[in-house]
Design a binder for this molecule. Structure first.
Ligand code: SAM
Length: 296
């Protein structure tokens, strides 16, 4: 691969210089917090375990900071960026790198399967925080051929993603971290927190600490469910009113009281429990039994 040697983007001076040259300001509305710490870029690239030529989808390349790290690792990067001002910037900051293509558009709206040519790929990103969970859920629910997701998220979101009912006991119920997001991400992937990132690694600094998470996509979901859509309907309804019992939350979600109680009993789940006490396995057994009842 022929590379034009490009100056390093991942530092404060270069980032300020690029923004000034293009007369840009980081947009709060678009969740723009640009990485300025080369060691964080390197750690993310290492976590992605890139093989030469491997296809990577990057969401929100910004001015190309993380992209440059990926391209230096010989990845084949397709990036989707919403900000219409940034293609002109990237054309300059990443000039000379082959294996880079840019789609200007909204990651929630583009046809990801098509832009990745139907091939399997990894997702690497420093996500815009105003839509972090929406993006992660969209990627997973579309059943795209994703091998793994390595991404920067708010520390609080990372904790919610990896939380289990046991965390709740450890946190003495103070941190309500386990929820529908934990169930959804753990259903499709094995998530873990790789490392934390201080606000000082970004320009401008976000108000919160961030974490890089690694989600290894499972070959098949963590639990066997008869009807995936129904399973997630049950999970969402159960967590929609956290302080209520599963029975009452599901009634609020339009489910039949007797059928809910009967399915919980059939699943050996105490009918007084709340959603936060149910493991993914419990939800699978319960939703399978409830669906069976509904079909009867
Ligand atoms: N990757 C760069 C970095 O690490 O410095 C920028 C990360 S910044 C936190 C998030 C990026 O996502 C911004 O460039 C922003 O414009 C872009 N973005 C925001 N909403 C988006 C969307 N719906 N689709 C695609 N990109 C989006």
């Amino acid at each position: 691969m022929i590379k034009k040697i490009q100056p390093l983007i991942a530092n404060l001076n270069a980032t300020r210089h690029i923004l000034k040259t293009f007369n840009l300001r980081a947009s709060k509305r678009l969740g723009q917090n640009f990485l300025i710490d080369k060691s964080v870029v390197d750690e993310i690239v290492n976590a992605a375990e890139i093989e030469a030529g491997e296809k990577i989808l990057e969401i929100g390349p910004g001015i190309g900071t993380l992209t440059q790290g990926l391209l230096e690792a010989d990845a084949n990067v397709t990036a989707v960026e919403l900000d219409k001002k940034l293609p002109a910037v990237l054309a300059e900051t990443l000039a000379g790198y082959e294996n880079f293509s840019l789609i200007q558009g909204d990651i929630l709206k583009v046809d990801i399967r098509e832009i990745m040519n139907g091939q399997s790929f990894k997702v690497v990103a420093n996500l815009p925080y105003y839509i972090t969970t929406q993006i992660i859920l969209t990627l997973l629910e579309k059943k795209l051929p994703i091998k793994k997701i390595v991404t920067m998220v708010q520390r609080e979101v990372a904790e919610r993603i990896i939380a289990t009912p046991e965390n709740l006991i450890a946190a003495k119920e103070s941190a309500k971290t386990y929820g529908a997001l934990s169930v959804a991400v753990q259903f499709y992937t094995e998530p873990k927190i790789a490392f934390d990132v201080s606000p000082t690694a970004f320009l401008p600094s976000p108000e919160v600490t961030s974490s890089v998470i690694i989600c290894e996509v499972r070959e098949s979901p963590a639990v066997e469910v008869v009807d995936e859509k129904f399973f997630f309907r049950v999970v969402r309804a159960a967590f929609s009113q956290r302080r209520k019992t599963v029975v009452n939350s599901l009634i609020g979600g339009g489910f039949n009281r007797e059928k809910v109680i009967s399915a919980l009993q059939q699943s050996n789940i105490d009918i007084k429990l709340r959603a936060e006490n149910l493991s993914i396995n419990d939800f699978a057994t319960f939703s399978n039994n409830l669906r069976g009842d509904q079909l009867a």
